[in-house]
Design a protein around this ligand. Structure first.
Ligand code: FES
Length: 193
C-alpha cells in the first residue's frame, strides 16, 4: 500500500511542473537549473505552434518561389530576343563557299561563316545573295526552299525573300542580316558587309 506521505509529495511534484513526470533538474519549485522559469511548454501548444507556423510560412514561400521560377522561366525565354549568335567572337571576315558550278541557278546552300550559320543563294535570274541563316524570330537556322524559291524557317513557318532577305510571312519580325556574295576566279566568296 502506498505511503500517504509519499503520495502527497508526488502530487506536489506534479503541481510544480504541471506534468505527470517532472523534468530533469526540476527542484519542485517550478524553477530549473537552466534558470529559464519553469522551462516547460505551457501545455497549450504555443511553442510548438510558433515553430509549426514558421515552418509552414517557410515552406509556403519556398513553394511560391519554385512555382514562380518554373512558370516564368519558359515565358521569359520565349519572349526574350534570340541569344547572341557569337558573331562578335568570330574572326572570319571572308571565306570561299564552293565553286560557282557547284551551286546551280535556283538552288541555295547552307554553310558556316565562322561561329554562325549562313546561306548563299543562286537565284534563277543568275544573282548571288548571302545572309546570316539565323531566323530573326527565335533563332532557328533557315534554309532555301527551291519549290517556292524563298528562304524558309521550319520552326514556325517563317519565310524570307531569297533576293533581299526580307521577312515576308510568318512570325519573323525583321529581315535576315545580309552578307556579301561574289564570284572570284569561278568560286563563290562570301564576306561581311
Ligand atoms: S524561329 Fe523561325 S519562325 Fe520562329
Amino acid at each position: 500500500m502506498e505511503d500517504p506521505e509519499k503520495a502527497k509529495e508526488s502530487d506536489d511534484e506534479k503541481k510544480s511542473c504541471g506534468k505527470d513526470k517532472p523534468c530533469e533538474g526540476c527542484d519542485g519549485s517550478g524553477k530549473h537549473e537552466n534558470g529559464h522559469g519553469n522551462g516547460h511548454s505551457n501545455g497549450n501548444g504555443d511553442d510548438e505552434g510558433i515553430d509549426r507556423g514558421t515552418f509552414m510560412r517557410g515552406a509556403f514561400t519556398t513553394a511560391v518561389v519554385c512555382w514562380g521560377g518554373m512558370t516564368l522561366t519558359p515565358i521569359f525565354m520565349y519572349l526574350a530576343p534570340p541569344k547572341s549568335d557569337g558573331e562578335e567572337k568570330s574572326k572570319v571576315t571572308s571565306l570561299e563557299v564552293c565553286k560557282l558550278e557547284e551551286l546551280p541557278k535556283g538552288t541555295g546552300r547552307n554553310f558556316r561563316f565562322g561561329s554562325f550559320p549562313a546561306i548563299v543563294i543562286h537565284t534563277e535570274d543568275g544573282q548571288l545573295h548571302a545572309f546570316k541563316a539565323i531566323c530573326t524570330h527565335l533563332g532557328c537556322t533557315v534554309q532555301f526552299r527551291a519549290e517556292k524559291q524563298n528562304i524558309y524557317c521550319a520552326c514556325h513557318g517563317g519565310e524570307y525573300d531569297a533576293s533581299t532577305g526580307k521577312n515576308i510571312a510568318g512570325p519573323p519580325p525583321k529581315p535576315l542580316p545580309p552578307l556579301k556574295a561574289e564570284i572570284v576566279d569561278g568560286k563563290i566568296i562570301v564576306s561581311r558587309v
